[in-house]
Design a protein around this ligand. Structure first.
Ligand code: NDP
Length: 288
């Protein structure tokens, strides 16, 4: 039997509708949630992501503003901008679109964001909070994956979760969030010997490598939950994930498509984190 498709688009719509009610409540009490996005350079993919984030904000009633800097911008100018946004009471969430140009120090830039406005959850304080189970803002992509698992009532506790990829924005926080929910977690990387040996034993397999269709049907256990984070553009212009969707769909129990899987969830969780930041600001909640 073919796998049940985990519909990220539909799930994202449901989650957005729920959080829009929370945003509406804030607006009625005089607080419009606000998100600032900082973009440096002329990476075309980054420009599209930022445009999509701005549109998503307006759909749920979040105010947004974009601060664009040229590729030769000085880091100090970006830090000054972040400082001003830290002090701006109308801005509750802020993110710096990555990647930054090579002359920027990523950690220094992210570390200058106020932790209570760090809606991407990339500040080292917030990374530490996640590691110790005191999450402030769950990083958006793994948060989106966890939300999909929850909405499809997929149990996590006691199951073997295999995460392929160890990036700071997807693989590592994904593994930590599954661990926190009681999964037994294995992390695989490009250095893993005999990857299939691990993936074949996964009850939940999350793949975030950026390698088109690298997970084949032979690498997946029958009935497994397969979450494909990858977004790859092929030479013919079409998009595909890191999982060979059609054959794997015949083996898996649940599977996310690309597009229409994890992607729509990522932006949605950014909106949720921004609304949460505004709620905390209204309640006067300090993170530390
Ligand atoms: P990175 O390039 O930062 O990390 C990729 C990871 O995959 C690395 O840890 C690397 O291992 C590992 N890897 C690469 N090749 C293999 C292999 N053959 N076997 C096992 N592991 C391998 O990518 P990101 O984590 O940022 O993104 C991953 C994918 O997810 C990309 O396609 C990206 O576009 C997509 N993405 C999608 C999002 C969404 O919203 N759906 C959001 C963010 C990313 P090593 O560390 O050893 O090099």
């Amino acid at each position: 039997m073919s796998a049940q498709i985990i519909d990220g688009k539909k799930t994202a719509e449901l989650v957005r509708a729920e959080w829009k009610l929370r945003a509406d409540k804030l607006i009625q009490s005089g607080i419009k949630p606000g998100l600032a996005v900082i973009i440096v350079g002329d990476n075309p993919a980054s420009a599209i992501y930022v445009k999509n984030k701005v549109k998503a904000c307006s759909d749920v009633g979040i105010y947004s503003e974009v601060h664009s800097f040229g590729k030769d911008a000085k880091q100090s100018d970006v830090l000054d901008c972040i400082q001003a946004l830290n002090e701006n009471p109308n801005i509750h969430g802020m993110l710096v679109q990555l990647p930054l140009p090579p002359h920027f120090e990523n950690n220094r830039v992210i570390a200058s964001i106020a932790i209570e406005k760090d809606v991407d959850g990339f500040h080292l304080y917030n990374v530490g909070a996640l590691v110790t189970g005191n999450t402030v803002f769950p990083p958006c992509t793994p948060y989106g994956v966890m939300t999909m698992l929850d909405r499809y009532a997929i149990p996590i506790e006691g199951r073997h979760a295999v995460v392929v990829g160890r990036s700071n924005i997807v693989g590592k926080p994904m593994a930590l969030m599954l661990l926190e929910q009681g999964a037994t977690v294995t992390i695989c990387t490009s250095r893993t010997r005999d990857l299939a040996q691990f993936t074949q034993s996964a009850d939940i397999l999350v793949v975030a490598t950026g390698r088109p269709r690298m997970i084949t049907a032979a690498m997946v256990k029958k009935g497994a939950v397969v979450i494909d984070v990858g977004i790859n553009r092929l030479s013919d212009g079409t998009l595909c994930g890191d999982v060979d969707f059609e054959p794997v769909k015949e083996i898996a129990g649940f599977i996310t498509p690309v597009p229409g899987g994890v992607g729509p969830m990522t932006i949605t969780m950014l909106l949720c984190n921004t609304i949460l930041a505004a709620e905390r600001a209204q309640a006067g909640i300090k993170i530390r």
